[in-house]
Design a protein. Structure first.
Length: 401
């Protein structure tokens, strides 16, 4: 049932849980050819089938992406018969992904100790708000809460306003990404060493914490707590958004000494690089507001495109703030194949972001959009587990699948 030609061909993943943290982990593995069997409750399935502001042909525009390259089976995990069937399915898997509250899988007889008795090579990825241990482990924890606890909310935004959220589900996606990294690391260890699986335990707040740079030693060793600084990093200049004559903004990052010299020359002010207020990284940081005002005075007399061309010609990192419209029209996006079209059975041609990262020899691929609920019941339960038609009909009648 695996697909050839992909780096994860032959790896079977059972994905349980819902919404984002578990499913995005499954998506990342499926993108590179793992056979991901998504387990959904009979009836409505994963709430992600309904999430998202926009719909087309009665179908949310989010589900085709988060469930791409996966197979869908239905299974009632809250009943004993469903739990027994789940154990049979997991016995055939390499990886199990779940993002329920800690203790849920154990209550269903699906804890790692029991599952590993019949499948000692199983890698179980567990993504939750606070991890599987600690005093907060039993608390409900969505991605947004992990973003707050992990520290990124505190340093995002402007100092005179409450800490905002990002416009995407950053915490869930990061937790899922670390979950996928853990799965691959554990699979490598299994194959290279003793053949045994293990548990990959990811707390969403920890995934955020992993990106928090030197904030911990800054506090512990100096007493400094980073705060919100708007569009700049204190004492790193120039590195800001600068207005243009056509109402846009260009982000320019010229804080290294050599780069700042090129930036000053491109703006017709080579003398700035020799000015004692701006000649060094420290001096530019001390005079950030003055320098940003001078650069803004230059950019606001030019269009966004003129500024970008000047920066590109001078070798100064710069870019505009892209919208989805910019992305689908941009020549670099097109050349890199960042947006890929595939066929959705209900919507028709469907665009979405392509697979990341790109591998030169065994790249991943978007093969199909999110499946219909229970679309692969017969294939998985019939072909993989060997259940006959009469058995399957009985499971359906009893609401097990």
């Amino acid at each position: 049932m695996s697909e050839n030609g992909f780096p994860l061909a032959g790896v079977r993943v059972v994905e349980m849980g819902s919404l984002l943290a578990g499913p995005f982990c499954g998506q990342l593995l499926a993108d590179f050819g793992a056979e991901v069997i998504k387990v959904e409750p009979p009836g409505k399935g994963d709430p992600m089938r309904e999430w998202g502001r926009h719909r087309k042909e009665g179908r949310t525009l989010w589900w085709p992406i988060i469930a791409r390259n996966k197979k869908s089976v239905t299974l009632n995990l809250r009943e004993e018969e469903g739990q027994e069937l789940a154990r049979s399915l997991i016995a055939e898997a390499d990886v199990l992904v779940e993002n329920f509250r800690p203790g849920t899988m154990e209550r269903w007889g699906l804890g790692y100790e029991r599952l590993s008795e019949t499948n000692p090579g199983l890698v179980m990825v567990r993504v939750s708000g606070y991890g599987q241990t600690g005093p907060y482990k039993d608390r409900a924890g969505f991605g947004a809460i992990g973003e707050a606890m992990g520290g990124i909310r505190h340093i995002t935004g402007f100092p005179d306003a409450p800490p905002p959220r990002s416009g995407i589900s950053l915490g869930d996606s990061l937790g899922a990404t670390f979950g996928a990294l853990g799965a691959l690391t554990a699979l490598y260890h299994r194959e290279a060493h003793d053949g045994k699986g293990q548990v990959v335990d990811v707390g969403i707040y920890e995934a955020i914490l992993a990106l928090m740079e030197s904030t911990i030693p800054e506090y512990e060793l100096t007493g400094h707590v980073r705060g919100r600084t708007g569009t700049v990093l204190p004492f790193v200049a120039p590195a800001n958004l600068y207005p243009t004559s056509d109402g846009g903004y260009v982000l320019i990052s010229g804080n290294a000494d050599t780069v700042f010299g090129r930036l000053a020359k491109a703006m017709g002010h080579s003398e700035w690089a020799e000015d004692e207020r701006f000649a060094t990284h420290h001096a530019r940081g001390e005079n950030m507001e003055k320098l940003d005002g001078m650069i803004s005075g230059w950019t606001e007399e030019r269009t966004e495109e003129e500024v970008l061309e000047a920066m590109a010609g001078a070798g100064v990192p710069a870019g505009k703030v892209f919208t989805a419209k910019d992305m689908v029209e941009d020549p670099h996006y097109e050349a890199r194949g960042n947006v890929v079209w595939t066929e959705d059975p209900k919507i028709g041609p469907f665009p979405m972001q392509n697979v990341v990262p790109r591998l030169t020899e065994t790249p991943g691929k978007v093969r199909w959009t999110g499946p219909a609920l229970g679309q692969h019941n017969d294939e998985v339960y019939g072909e993989l587990l060997g259940l006959g038609g009469e058995d399957l009909n009985g499971l359906r009648e009893r609401g097990t699948i």
